[in-house]
Design a protein around this ligand. Structure first.
Ligand SMILES: Nc1nc2c(ncn2[C@@H]2O[C@H](COP(=O)(O)OP(=O)(O)O)[C@@H](O)[C@H]2O)c(=O)[nH]1
Ligand SMILES: [Mg+2]
Length: 428
């Protein structure tokens, strides 16, 4: 799962990136959450209790495990995640974040760092546009005084750049491609567009939806080789909408009037997107204090506690500042940046979580680690699809699977449900 942060200069992309990726996670195998200067890992809580909650209940019922005690630092969790952590059955999973700099007017023509910008985008599953809702900078990021720019215009500008980029790719040898329809029939058009766009991640569904939109919006379009800019724009725009779900962080909300993002929110939600008001700067202050060991703060949760180290090092003024930051964040609904990433993963991209294990009785891997992996899979993933998501060899050698919660044997085509614990049997 890879999510790109996009937006014009100075809106707070890098601040957002740091706030999301500087969170320390206790037992993670990720020594650093920043992989490259602009690529890092955000830790997102699962929405349902980790499967270790069911495992604990099962063991307690069988009399093989004592109930949780008050002094348990993990508050009952008994899993050992390979990546991420789990406290009180609240499991965090990694989502890769990319700070994609370089969106300026004309980026689609390669202006600024346009080409790098586009190749970074091509690898993302979804985009978050960071918009400055205090409206304090123009489209090039120059200060214009608060309320001087328009967040709706800022959003439409991004969509326009993406559409123009995709149209440019389709247009480049359109005549030649469209002519193939004459000799090879309608299917050739789909194949041609797919060939052009597969490099940016488009599949047959995206392209079919785009071609269908041209037929319905331009009934008089005629033969493909006579299509003009209007038809190609419709095609590009529809493919873009299907390929890059775009959600919005309405950032610098601390400097905007509450609700000043309403018009943008309506626009974004009407096209199936999500908008959450944020203050990246405030969230970063909490992540930093947490990374320094001064406070304990779980991603996606309100509130924090001051650690022993914090008690001795934080001044009264610093404590007051942190509390007021935390309070200001809970003023807006949506759960801030972590809430937004979670909504994108679970609502917009409809991801489910599955726990592959090698032993269906003890829910462990080959080394005895309990529920080591919690992996995200698309809706409608089958047992065999899950096997491939774990490892190609496991998919190729797939024989059958066991649903560890029920103990039932399931076949290759069985659809994996959210939260399933699955043992895969494969030829080695
Ligand atoms: N008031 C306020 N300022 C912010 C917020 N997020 C970022 N900034 C400030 O905006 C400026 C630009 O931020 P930066 O992350 O470098 O923007 P980028 O160019 O989009 O990467 C910096 O001075 C940040 O401190 C926020 O939520 N509220
Ligand atoms: Mg930046």
């Amino acid at each position: 799962m890879r999510i790109g942060l996009v937006g014009k200069p100075n809106v707070g992309k890098s601040t957002t990136f740091s706030a999301l990726t500087q969170t320390p996670v206790d037992i993670a195998n990720y020594p650093f959450t920043t992989i490259e200067p602009n690529v890092g890992v955000a830790w997102i809580p699962l929405r349902q209790p980790c499967a270790c909650s069911a495992l604990r209940a099962k063991r307690e019922a069988a009399g093989r495990l004592e109930p949780t005690t008050d002094d348990d630092p993990r508050k009952g969790s008994i899993c050992s995640p390979n990546t991420g952590s789990c406290v009180e059955h609240n499991r965090l999973i990694p989502v890769t974040m990319v700070d994609v700099a370089g969106l300026v007017p004309g980026a689609h023509e390669g202006r600024g760092r346009g080409n790098q910008f586009l190749s970074d985008l091509a690898r993302c599953d979804a985009l978050i546009q960071v918009v400055d809702v205090s409206g304090s900078t123009d489209l090039e990021g120059n200060p214009v005084g608060e309320g001087g720019s328009n967040p709706v215009e800022e959003h439409e500008f991004l969509l326009g750049e993406l559409d123009a980029w995709i149209r440019g790719i389709i247009e480049s040898s359109w005549q030649r491609g469209a002519r193939r329809v004459q000799s090879e029939g309608d299917k050739a058009l789909l194949t041609y567009v797919l060939d052009q766009l597969s490099g940016i991640g488009a599949d047959e569904t995206h392209v079919s939806v785009g071609l269908a939109a041209v037929s319905s919006e331009h009934p008089d379009a005629g033969v493909p080789w006579s299509w003009g800019i209007e038809e190609l724009s419709t095609l590009a725009k529809t493919v873009r909408a299907a390929l890059f779900p775009i959600c919005v962080a309405a950032n610098k909300a601390d400097r905007a009037e509450d609700g000043s993002w309403k018009q943008l929110a309506d626009l974004v939600t009407s096209s199936g997107g999500i908008l959450v008001p944020t203050s990246a700067e405030a969230e970063l202050a909490l992540s930093r204090a947490s990374a320094a060991g001064l406070i304990q703060h779980r991603p996606g949760r309100e509130g924090f506690t001051i650690t022993e180290d914090g008690e001795s090092k934080l001044s009264e003024a610093q404590r007051t500042a942190l509390s007021s930051i935390d309070k200001s964040l809970s003023r807006w609904s949506g759960g801030g940046l972590v809430g937004l990433v979670g909504d994108i993963v679970f609502d917009r991209l409809d991801r489910r979580v599955a726990y592959p294990v090698q032993d269906e009785t003890h829910w462990v891997d080959g080394e005895g680690n309990v529920l080591p992996d919690a992996i995200l899979i698309p809706e409608e993933t089958t047992a065999k699809g899950l096997a491939y998501a774990v490892h190609t060899d496991l998919g190729d050698g797939f024989i059958r699977a066991t649903d560890a919660r029920s103990g039932r044997v399931i076949g290759a085509d069985h659809e994996v449900q959210n939260g399933d614990v699955i043992r895969i049997h494969a030829k080695s």
